[in-house]
Design a protein around this ligand. Structure first.
Ligand code: SAH
Length: 376
């Protein structure tokens, strides 16, 4: 196992895992990186009164205004200082693609150093979900995932993650998404990257998302889902954060032999270990764990595997999410036959396991699961 650095141009060898992000210049500090206490300290360091931290926070997290020039209740001199010190431009929209009559929209973002990441906003009648990236690239190297094939470029900062949500919230509030002005109700860490491999920044972002204003955006923790390949120690840590977010575990195979190849982290933490961590997470947080399972034709979609999966997860606080595989360019794999998918569902239902087949919104714009490759 190597911790060698990968770049967007250098593809990892099959099965190679990259845990340590390459050393690179860090994005500038932003208000959204900071706790309220840190914001107060930053503001006083700039020679301004501490209560300005509260004002800035309300502008940003309540009014979704990230440009001090528009914060007219602040003295002009202070506005300039705050702009430079606390509101650097972190994300630049490079391309925007919409589908589903405008209710699904994918944004390609350029970060300060040229790294590219994507986020996808999906509006449904009853909720609006934004799928965010937590790393530029990914080091987990799952062979069916477009992001995994490109390797890890770098970790994103807390504010770079939060800014994706704020940008989506802003578009919704401004009525840019069909359905009238709205709010972000759900955030899923299912874009580019392995969130638990960028633990500190991701936890900071989750806190900013769920804390009520002026600290944060005030999104319900139940609406936040952190999806992982199964970094067992980090799952244990997450359970102790006091943040009842939903844990999604990308299982994709119920047996170690196959999972070793589909989700290479399995060579380090086996199916039994990662499921054990998931059940402990459920027990600690009282939250139903979501098991993600991409159905790949003739690879992991056999009835005996459904049966084995059913036996492993029955009677647990769990929900199984089957995802028809989105074939990535050049992939030898494709989605399961409809009859095999149905049989898989029936087998799980036989074991009394709650199961749904995920919709595949955004496919036409490469905005669906695992297709985020930031190709430019
Ligand atoms: N690294 C995290 C989060 C990002 S991927 C994780 O792996 O969980 C979000 C989900 O999309 C994961 O369940 C992932 O396995 C799945 N996925 C990746 N590529 C896919 C593809 N080509 N088709 C369907 N689902 C895919």
């Amino acid at each position: 196992m190597s911790t060698a650095s990968q770049s967007q141009s250098g593809a990892p060898a099959p099965g190679q895992l990259t845990f340590v992000a390459p050393r690179r210049a860090k994005p500038a500090r932003h208000l959204a990186d900071l706790t309220m206490a840190e914001r107060k300290a930053a503001v006083t360091e700039l020679g301004e009164k501490a209560f300005r931290a509260d004002q800035l926070s309300r502008h940003y997290f309540e009014k979704l205004n990230g440009d001090p020039a528009l914060m007219t209740d602040l003295p002009a001199t202070a506005r300039e200082k705050f702009a430079t010190a606390l509101f650097p431009k972190l994300l630049t929209s490079v391309r925007e693609l919409t589908t589903d009559r405008g209710t699904t929209r994918k944004t390609l973002w350029r970060l300060f150093d040229g790294a590219l990441v994507e986020s996808v906003l999906m509006r449904y009648p009853d909720r609006t979900t934004i799928c965010v990236s937590s790393q530029a690239g990914c080091g987990m190297n799952c062979p069916f995932c477009a992001t995994g094939q490109a390797g890890l470029t770098r970790n994103m900062s807390t504010a770079e993650i939060v800014e994706q949500v704020v940008a989506g919230a802003r578009a919704l509030a401004a009525g840019e998404v069909p359905g009238g002005p709205g709010r972000v109700s759900n955030v899923v860490f299912m874009g580019m990257g392995e969130p638990l491999a960028n633990y500190k920044a991701v936890i900071g972002a989750v806190r900013r998302l769920v804390e009520p204003a002026p600290e944060g955006l005030g999104i319900s923790a139940r609406g936040v889902t952190v999806s992982t390949v199964g970094l067992v120690p980090a799952i244990g840590k997450l359970a102790e954060e006091g943040l009842p977010v939903t844990l999604a575990l990308s299982l994709h195979a119920p047996d170690d032999e196959l999972r070793d190849t589909l989700v290479p982290i399995n060579t380090r933490w086996k199916v039994a270990e990662v499921l054990d961590a998931a059940w402990k997470y459920a027990a600690r947080t009282k939250r139903r764990v979501s098991i993600e399972y991409a159905l790949i034709k003739d690879v992991n979609d056999q009835e005996w595997r459904a049966d084995l999966l059913g036996k492993l997860v029955r009677n647990k606080l769990v929900h199984v999410n089957l995802i028809p595989l989105n074939p990535t360019p050049g992939s030898k794999w494709t989605a399961s036959r409809p009859e095999d998918e149905r049989a898989f569902v029936r087998r799980l239902e036989f074991h009394g396991v709650p199961v749904t087949v995920r919709d595949t919104r955004g496919r036409e714009i490469d905005g669906a699961c695992g297709q985020l490759a930031a190709a430019e």
